[in-house]
Write a protein that binds this ligand. Structure first.
Ligand SMILES: Nc1ncnc2c1ncn2[C@@H]1O[C@H](COP(=O)(O)OP(=O)(O)OP(=O)(O)O)[C@@H](O)[C@H]1O
Ligand SMILES: [Mg+2]
Length: 256
């Protein structure tokens, strides 16, 4: 059974998708068979893997609504070695359609449970809100990684999010565990970055990954080339940081 990791933060633009893709690529480079699930109707993870919004069906939408089986939805990322269940704008409609179903938080789990046997890691990229899709990811996953941008208001909304996680743990998924918070877009020349980082250390202690992800333009460029930064520029500081994060992740899964 795969180690299922959801990358979530209801705050937008904090590096969820960048972390999902590059963590999947780094795990893959470490020889781990990895599946990336794009659970965001923005489809950013899919396009960053070189898939266009038009050429992707069947997608995670068809999977969630029982219109396709997992093996029909899983494809190989164009340049990277991991597999992906892509998404596109159709997924927006699924949010509403899912609300009508019984056990609506467990749809993703039921749809991917079999496929989970074929992978060592499943990484789920989630949307910037605590909607039914995010709930599905949190109901399926064992581990949660929260990317936090080292900037003002970084902790805003975090308490609410941690409370939601606690409620999910108490109700639909007792296995769910916060693996860690990862600092993203860190800039050591910026005193605010350093200050926020220190605050995070104080608040999260051993739940803060040692690795931080630096602000690195190569990480921002890679998606437009349809590949992870690890493929686009393996030697850049961003790629090296994601490899280091992947090593921490593997270590933590072995300890848990
Ligand atoms: N470490 C980094 N250095 C430089 N740019 C970054 C870094 N991480 C992310 N970015 C850029 O910041 C923007 C937001 O990142 P990303 O899309 O990963 O965030 P997100 O949390 O998935 O956003 P959303 O909430 O909209 O899904 C993107 O343009 C991305 O390329
Ligand atoms: Mg995203």
């Amino acid at each position: 059974m795969a180690n299922i990791i959801v990358i979530a933060n209801q705050k937008g633009g904090v590096g969820k998708t960048t972390t999902s893709i590059n963590l999947a690529a780094a795990l893959c480079e470490m020889g781990k068979k990895t599946l990336l699930v794009d659970l965001d109707s923005q489809g950013n993870a899919s396009s960053a893997c070189g898939l266009s919004q038009n050429e992707t069906p069947p997608t995670v939408y068809d999977l969630l609504l029982g219109e396709a089986e997992s093996k029909e939805c899983i494809i190989r990322a164009k340049e990277d070695g991991f597999d992906i269940v892509p998404s596109n704008r159709d997924l927006m409609a699924a949010e509403i359609q899912l609300l009508e179903l019984e056990d609506r938080e467990l749809v993703l789990k039921k749809a991917l449970e079999d496929a989970a046997m074929d992978y060592e890691f499943i990484i789920i990229d989630s949307p910037p809100s605590m909607n039914i899709l995010t709930l599905n990811a949190l109901a399926f996953a064992k581990h949660l990684i929260i990317p936090v941008q080292c900037e003002y208001y970084a902790l805003e909304g975090m308490t609410g999010m941690l409370e939601s996680i606690y409620q999910i743990k108490e109700s639909i998924n007792p296995k769910l565990d916060l693996m860690g918070v990862v600092r993203t877009m860190y800039d050591s020349r910026n005193s605010l970055s350093v200050e926020v980082s220190a605050q995070l250390k104080k608040y999260f202690h051993d739940k803060l990954f040692w690795t931080f992800i630096p602000r690195n333009v190569r990480l921002a460029e890679a998606p437009s080339h349809g590949m992870s930064a690890l493929k686009y520029d393996p030697d850049c500081t961003g790629s090296k940081a994601y490899l280091s994060l992947a090593k921490e992740v593997v270590k933590k899964t072995m300890e848990s």
